[in-house]
Design a protein around this ligand. Structure first.
Ligand SMILES: Nc1ncnc2c1ncn2[C@@H]1O[C@H](COP(=O)(O)OP(=O)(O)OP(=O)(O)O)[C@@H](O)[C@H]1O
Length: 625
């Protein structure tokens, strides 16, 4: 038969397939293997309705053989093959999918195991080959045919000899070019990796001849190279297995084989959904955060499979940011793939799956918290910050979803507690959920601000992560109880103390005004403290911006500078107060000296920088001599 031309538009289309559809050349192998698997599946389906056919699974396989000398790569399958007419129709007309037609003719419901649907995958071969030969014999024909093409110049079909039913595709791999190398597609090891990556769960064995170094028979130290035919793919995906047959170790092995992490997963969940959208998923909560987890380099996402064929390494849309630590995979028959299988056409199905996954992950974390507290604390140690970011980000949209997953260290329990636990212990007269901020538990423990609340016997939550206070401001309250910083102006503690405190402020108004003048714009106010018991001074903040927030925001690289409204609180019961009083009106210099010293001390206690350390040390010397 003479050479025939592709139709004009087909040539353009072919050019597009070769150059524009796929971002990775290696997917050509995925496409050819998927076709081979479809061809075997077709025999299986035919056998279901045709009594003269039997399907013995052991007879069906796909074999991949590279030949470096010839620069060829062959893909053999024992599938259904193609008649001359099918060859013409399927490989001569681009975007005609014989598999798609087969599915409708045989009334195989959409999304069943057969993979092909667009009728373009085959041509991906031309991304790596300058010539492709297809020798095929149909189950319905006694003669075999060879289809041959160098791509854009068309194809020819000739009759050839072939014993067995099935198809052999030979790719003549391109020569290396300056910027592109093709040699890798002749390397057994690379091919094995590509098969594992994309086609690990194809249901039929994908075989290769692999050279292994083995101990020579009868020898104890002499090795020889032995060529062995090996099956490269796993075939039955773990997610299609019955959950009751799988042990924790099976899941852990899968996690490690898939290199989801080098740690052990803390928890896994195996989901089989067979409702309006069908999908299987295995999700893992890792034990520890990857080294780049809290950096921009970390990419969230789950592996996405369509019918066991890998579509995306990291499908980000399947996970909300606050669960970005989750690892695992999703396999669905119902995805609307685009032609390259690299993206999804519309994301309705994906959105449904993502919503479902979000719910499942939350359930897992809640059960971990409830039933395996120690493991949950391990999880929270690694990923708690991410949960807190989740409460804070998107204007607090997800705060209600996440608030019960939060843990904070408690001053009274001396361990991490949930907000629910805190609130359940609150005495009746306690109005607020108290918290104190600082770099570490030790530092907070020593903060003068905590004295009054602690003296009252109230529990204080320690906020040691930078995000804590921001997250809590977004949350605003828990179980209708507002959060209050121990540094806050209004601690909501007993009215009589408040009156007493106002009295002190009135009695000492002149002294405080003089001190405020000394400090000028550094503080908004100087007041008698109601929270200090033993310490002489403390710095607190009025308004929404706390001292901790000022520190954090000012340390950010974007030059955004903010100031909290600082208030210097003086302990009127401390001896130092008498010294201040006697200096007032008698010795202005002394009052100035003491005021500056106390202010700087308060800054130090807060972990804030002193404006002029030299002046501060000179002031101390003045007191000493
Ligand atoms: N190894 C094979 N054995 C039998 N038929 C094949 C083989 N490879 C391809 N075909 C036929 O050629 C058609 C076109 O293949 P091609 O890979 O271009 O598209 P597809 O697999 O149908 O769809 P998709 O683009 O979604 O992969 C297939 O539908 C199938 O009918």
């Amino acid at each position: 038969m003479g050479k025939r031309k592709f139709k004009a538009e087909s040539q353009k289309l072919l050019d597009m397939v070769i150059n524009s559809i796929y971002s990775q050349r290696e997917v050509f192998l995925r496409e050819l293997i998927s076709n081979a698997s479809d061809a075997i599946d077709k025999i299986y389906y035919k056998a279901l309705t045709d009594d003269s056919l039997s399907f013995d699974v052991d007879n069906y396989y796909i074999k991949i053989t590279p030949n470096k000398e010839e620069r060829t790569l062959t893909i053999v399958d024992t599938g259904i093959g193609m008649t001359q007419e099918e060859l013409e129709n399927n490989l001569g007309v681009i975007a005609k999918s014989g598999s798609h037609t087969f599915k409708s003719e045989n009334e195989i419901k959409d999304g069943h195991d057969i993979i092909g649907q667009f009728g373009v995958g085959f041509y991906a071969a031309f991304m790596v080959a300058d010539k492709v030969e297809v020798v095929t014999k149909s189950i319905d024909s006694d003669v075999a045919f060879k289809w041959e093409s160098k791509g854009s110049d068309g194809y020819s079909v000739t009759e050839v000899d072939k014993q067995d039913t099935g198809t052999t595709i030979t790719l003549y791999i391109k020569e290396n070019q300056e910027e592109e190398t093709y040699d890798e597609f002749l390397e057994t090891f690379t091919l094995q990796q590509i098969i594992k990556k994309y086609s690990d769960f194809i249901r039929y064995p994908i075989k290769m001849d692999v050279t292994e170094s083995k101990l020579k028979e009868g020898s104890e130290d002499e090795y020889e190279d032995v060529i062995e035919e090996q099956t490269i793919n796993t075939m039955v995906p773990i997610w299609k297995k019955n959950k009751s047959e799988l042990s924790d170790d099976d899941y852990t092995n899968f996690y490690q084989e898939k290199r989801y992490g080098f740690d052990k997963p803390l928890k896994h969940v195996h989901i089989n959904v067979d409702g309006s959208i069908r999908y299987n998923a295995i999700l893992f909560v890792p034990e520890s955060a990857p080294f780049n987890y809290y950096t921009r380099d970390y990419e969230k996402g789950l592996e996405l499979y369509s019918n066991g064929v890998l579509i995306m390494d990291k499908c980000a849309d399947l996970l909300p940011d606050y669960f970005s630590f989750v690892k695992g995979m999703v396999d669905s028959e119902d995805l609307s793939l685009n032609i390259s299988r690299e993206m999804l056409q519309h994301d309705r199905q994906l959105k449904l799956i993502a919503k479902n996954i979000k719910k499942k992950v939350k359930q897992q974390l809640v059960s971990l918290l409830r039933d395996e507290r120690e493991s949950y604390e391990k999880f929270f140690d690694a990923f708690g910050q991410q949960i807190k970011f989740g409460v804070y980000s998107d204007y607090g949209q997800n705060k209600d979803e996440l608030k019960d997953l939060l843990l904070f260290y408690s001053s009274t329990e001396k361990k991490l507690v949930t907000l629910e636990e805190y609130v359940s212990r609150m005495p009746e007269d306690q109005k607020y959920i108290y918290y104190a901020t600082g770099d570490s538990r030790d530092r907070i423990e020593k903060l003068p601000q905590t004295e009054l609340v602690a003296d009252k016997g109230y529990e204080i939550l320690y906020f040691t992560d930078e995000i804590d206070e921001f997250a809590i401001k977004m949350l605003m309250n828990y179980d209708e109880k507002e959060f209050r910083s121990v540094s806050s102006g209004d601690l909501g503690i007993e009215e009589d103390e408040k009156e007493e405190n106002e009295q002190e402020n009135n009695d000492n108004a002149e002294l405080f005004a003089a001190m405020k003048e000394v400090l000028s714009d550094k503080v908004k106010d100087v007041r008698a403290s109601k929270r200090l018991k033993s310490h002489p001074v403390v710095l607190t903040a009025d308004g929404e911006i706390s001292l901790e927030m000022e520190k954090i925001i000012n340390a950010m690289p974007d030059d955004q500078q903010i100031q909290a409204d600082k208030v210097l609180e003086i302990n009127v019961n401390h001896d130092i107060f008498q010294s201040l009083k006697s200096a007032q009106g008698n010795d202005d210099e002394k009052l100035k000296l003491y005021t500056n010293l106390l202010y700087n001390q308060a800054l130090l206690i807060e972990g804030l920088p002193i404006n002029d350390p030299v002046e501060f040390t000179n002031d101390i010397c003045k007191v000493m001599v």
